[in-house]
Design a protein. Sequence first.
Length: 436
Amino acid sequence: MLSDQWFQRAQNFLVEGVNSPSRGAAVYSPGPVVIEHGRGSRVWDVDGNEYVDYMMSFGALIQGHAHPKLVEVVSDSMATGSHFAASTPAEAEAAERFCRLVRSAEVVRFTNTGSEATMLALRLARAHTGRTKFLKFEGHYHGWYDPYLLNAHSHPVEQLGPRENPARIPDSQGIPAATFEDVVIAPWNDFDALELVINQHGHELAAVISEPIMANMGCIPPHEGYLQRIRELTHHCGALFILDEVVTGFRYAAGGCQEYYGIQPDLSTFGKALGAGFPVGAVAGPRSILNRMHWGDDMVLHYGTFNGHRLTMNVIAANLDLLSQPAVYERLHAIGDSAITGLRKVFRKRKQNAVVQGFGPMFQIYFTEREAIHDYRDYCAYIDAARYSRFVHNLMQHGIYMTPSNGLHWIISTAHTQQDVAALIAAADQACAELT
Ligand SMILES: Cc1ncc(COP(=O)(O)O)c(C=O)c1O
């Protein structure tokens, strides 16, 4: 197979043959299919196999592949100069649209990735509060910046320690232990644990950072009122509430989960769907905090050759215009919900103990005896990730492309149709029949 050959070839000069471990043999067995091109909701591998893509570049491709309007914008921008590292109308156009859509965004600063955005948000929070420590929840992933790489991967449940005082588990070598001394860890979706940790540490926290929907242990929505409780408690203790919308931004609503759940974070971070396939991130919030980046002796420094990249800014402006059209989100939700309903029916019919969790444009499947997965500890204790991986490998044999990692999530883009959902349901039925 050509996929095998390309993957072998890539291993000659790329570590594990990939540029991010979640794309290689650590997840795909025996190796990934190698993708050649994409259009709309579909991708084709180098062997000519066609798939409906439900991974959508880990959620970046909100408009699917090669959207005609974005192709036009990219080629026009390229033909007139992709980037000047100078002031451009394009960045003003993108920022105006962004701030119109995101309720907490009085102003915005663009970065190049979600990781850079969460990095900058923490620096701003520390400068604004004059405090150093911050609270991060178990199982939340905020990019690969040093202080966030604690308790972000799943681990055997025996290693997790008590809920009131979770074991601190670094996710990477090469990070000084001292970095983690400033990180306070708590379980998520647990009101009592949150109050306890804020009572203990609230006075020394610069920030509490949270994903609104936990999206890196599959798809775990917040309990009712939980995000509001974070909001109240952070107000009370003087820590900033950083809402990490890198996954959820522009996905559940044009204004992200802050619009969907009606909450007002101090800072929020974006990436993925904002750039519709181009590398970008953003930090948004009030002037009173973001103005700390004003040039001067006591500034928060944020540099970047590629910040406000012209071509990307033009893509963002066009993307946000497309997302502002009527009924876009109704459609994303309707298609996602019919995929979820269809999958649930298949699992019932095939007598699989599987939960389809999430709603609308993002969801995940857990093979589990439980009725729901509420947090990181449930994820570590009760799901059969190996069975999920076998299920997804089976699906790929039937024309569905998805990552076999249970930690990620299924994505609906504006390019998906009810026919794509029908293809998924038929493939899922076969994949269940073949599941060992
Ligand atoms: C919630 C969350 N925050 C931040 C990031 C980092 O974004 P990026 O991969 O663009 O650096 C991710 C990436 O998956 C994420 O899921």
